[in-house]
Design a protein around this ligand. Structure first.
Ligand SMILES: [Zn+2]
Length: 258
């Protein structure tokens, strides 16, 4: 598993998933507290599994604060229609874990997640854990985290909200942590083996762009509309497949927006 390619979110996949988690768990509407669910599309490339599109699926069988039950027929219809418009394939589902407080392992799959992961027979499975009870408003801050990888499999003796069986997978993985306004979140990626979910690296050109703007103390709201295209070019330059050959182009645009 050590040589497994990272799952890479390009374009607006990361922000779309975050916004979907927010719409079902808004910080200013405490009665709304549900899990989000959606489909992720991408292409298996040489250096990464590049995800270029996320679709939040609103039409589900049932959703609550502790579960979301997708309608596999709706998901199949969305998947087949989307594939008419682009070459990327449906490769993952995501769903949110909306909690009152962050805790260790809050983006781990539940026993129910392990049982349900295979319903569309997709190779990857993403979870965003999110809390909305920060004491005060914070600016957007994204970071990579690193931890030991685990393999999670269904425990037939437990119920859906219990822990699955957990084994260490003997490698380290990266994931995405962040905070903004009163939210804190963690997103982790898992490979679906058909009988278990194993942590894989998650990276994002959109997140890396935000990290660099933050380091350079460049505020999004101060970038002019005419310079918006530079952000798109910079995000493109930060993708795994472009990284090595486009550093100069990236730096050129960075200088221009400083
Ligand atoms: Zn879950």
């Amino acid at each position: 598993m050590i040589n497994e390619k990272p799952v890479e979110f390009i374009q607006h996949v990361l922000s779309t998933i975050i916004l979907d988690a927010v719409q079902f768990f808004p910080q200013n509407k405490k009665k709304v507290h549900s899990e989000a669910h959606g489909l992720i599309f991408g292409i298996d490339k040489e250096n990464s599994v590049e995800c270029d599109y996320a679709f939040p699926v609103g039409s589900v069988m049932e959703r609550s604060d502790v579960s979301v039950m997708p309608d596999s027929k709706v998901d199949q219809a969305v998947k087949s229609a989307k594939e008419l418009f682009s070459t990327s394939n449906c490769i993952a589902t995501y769903h949110s874990h909306p909690y009152d407080e962050p805790f260790e392992g809050w983006a781990n799959p539940s026993n129910g997640d392990c049982a349900a992961a295979d319903y569309l027979d997709l190779p990857y499975f993403l979870i965003i854990a999110i809390a909305r009870n920060g004491k005060k408003d914070k600016p957007l801050l994204l970071q990579y985290g690193e931890c030991d990888a685990y393999e999670f499999s269904y425990d037939q003796n437990g119920d859906g909200h219990d822990f699955p069986k957990i084994q260490t997978a003997n490698h380290r993985v990266s994931f995405i942590n962040g905070e903004f306004q009163k939210y804190t979140f963690t997103i982790r990626a898992y490979k679906n083996t058909g009988h278990s979910l194993i942590d894989v690296d998650l990276i994002s050109s959109e997140a890396e762009l935000m990290m660099i703007l933050n380091e350079e103390d460049i505020k999004i709201e101060n970038i002019s509309e005419q310079d918006t295209y530079r952000l798109r070019k910079m995000e493109y330059n930060l993708r795994e497949e472009n990284k090595n050959r486009s550093i100069r182009n990236f730096e050129y645009h960075l200088e221009k927006i400083k």
